[in-house]
Design a binder for this molecule. Structure first.
Ligand code: SF4
Ligand code: SF4
Length: 417
């Protein structure tokens, strides 16, 4: 089936009722129909039917969609908006190629994320930048303002040396089973605390944890940026890496990656057997808080009390992508003394999903400002989030604050007796 037919097929479900408009953050900000789900669907229908020329403005209307999927969740006709948008962006990349520099930048970023040794090399360079005093000098010099890179640089969290994980971490105590851990592209550098906590917690719960060496980026960024073939290449590597295990689940800690792993079967696979492998793989994947909610917890597992206030942030990828309720709250209530509550305004995107914070910084910062206001009003000591992209983006907006932003498993592992 051609891309055009796929788009027309999916868009045909939309009855143009407009029920999705009030839940769309870009429509709320602009009140422009072209910045709404219904408007974008109509634009894609026009493009696929050959009634509309690919243009810069069409490109911008699609690029400004943050793929939060609020519209998809609310839609009574069950329009598969994310798939429609992915196909639309692929078609637009063919019909309206970006500038040579923009294409180079996109391919360089995606190539970086596809190879762990490249990420580790960049991590070493950036660590040198942070630790040598160069960062302070650059910030003081005004160079960032001159080169318009102040926002980008502000997103850099304090970096650690990449950790090299063993291929297996054995259970402790009574055995319950065996899981594989999907670490993604940036997990071993940016998300070490979360991965370490996950391993510790699962081991103490009686699960051995396998970490496939050949696994790679989930491919979500490639897919959502119109590079479907690259997304297939990365997914194939993950299928091969997780092919031969007999695990209870393939656990992941980033809900953004998980929402894409769940969508592996809908990638444009070259043959049916690979699509079936993708289906088997997707069925095995489990978000960590969901997995922890389903298993037996030994009576002997106790937590040290923590007298702090926690606000639970629910990422769009968890709420709309995985269609998963907040499972962090009941887990965290196992820690005595912890006061756990939902962060007000959870239905609204924070602007930090995928590459949105980089490609659409103005809208992203506007959304983050709303979220930071909600955090300030809630007065938490800690904010927990199951998506590292959101956590990183929110933390970059609170540089001088004492509020910690962590994955819920980090708190659970820290408080284990
Ligand atoms: S996407 Fe769904 S909710 Fe939005 S206009 Fe179409 S049918 Fe209605
Ligand atoms: S995914 Fe989010 S931003 Fe995009 S059209 Fe739907 S509601 Fe609007």
């Amino acid at each position: 089936m051609s891309l055009q037919s796929k788009i027309l097929d999916l868009a045909d479900r939309c009855v143009k009722c407009g029920l999705c408009l009030p839940s769309c953050p870009t429509y709320q900000q602009t009140l422009n129909e072209n910045e709404s789900p219904r408007g974008r669907i109509a634009l894609l229908q026009g493009l696929a039917a050959g009634q509309l020329q690919a243009s810069r403005s069409l490109h911008q209307h699609l690029a400004r969609c943050m793929n939060c999927r609020n519209c998809e969740r609310i839609c009574p006709a069950e329009v598969q908006y994310e798939q429609l948008l992915d196909h639309g962006r692929s078609l637009l990349a063919e019909k309206y190629p970006a500038s040579r520099f923009a294409r180079w930048l996109k391919h360089a970023s995606l190539a970086l994320l596809s190879r762990r040794e490249r990420i580790n090399r960049l991590n070493r360079l950036l660590r040198f930048y942070q630790r040598s005093g160069l960062q302070r000098l650059v910030r003081f010099s005004g160079l960032l303002r001159l080169t318009n890179t102040r926002h980008l640089e502000s997103l850099l969290p304090p970096l650690k040396t990449a950790r090299h994980y063993a291929s297996r971490y054995l259970y402790i105590g009574e055995p319950q089973g065996r899981v594989a851990l999907f670490s993604g592209c940036l997990g071993t550098t940016l998300e070490q605390d979360t991965l370490n906590a996950t391993i510790i917690l699962l081991n103490r719960l009686g699960f051995s944890v396998d970490i496939g060496k050949a696994q790679t980026c989930c491919g979500a960024l490639a897919r959502h940026n119109g590079e479907a073939q690259q997304a297939v290449t990365l997914a194939r590597q993950n299928l091969a890496s997780f092919a031969n295990g007999n695990w209870d689940a393939i656990v992941y800690t980033a809900s953004g990656c998980g929402a894409h792993l769940l969508n592996y079967p809908s990638l444009p696979w070259p043959d049916e057997s690979l699509r079936q492998q993708a289906e088997t793989f997707s069925r095995q994947t489990r978000e960590i808080t969901a997995f922890l909610s389903e298993i037996d917890w030994p009576e002997t597992l106790k937590f040290t009390p923590l007298h702090k206030r926690v606000a639970v942030h629910e990422p769009c990828s968890q709420r709309n992508g995985l269609r998963q309720a907040d499972l962090a709250t009941p887990l965290l209530r196992r820690i005595p003394g912890l006061e756990v509550g939902s962060l007000p305004g959870n239905a609204q995107c924070c602007g930090g999903g995928g590459s949105y914070m980089l490609t659409q910084p103005v809208t992203a910062q506007r959304l983050r400002a709303e979220k930071l206001k909600a955090i300030e009003a809630a007065h938490p000591d800690i904010v927990v989030s199951t998506n590292p992209g959101c956590a990183l983006y929110l933390a970059a907006g609170l540089p001088a604050s004492n509020i910690r932003i962590v994955h819920p498993v980090v708190l659970l592992a820290e408080q284990l007796v």
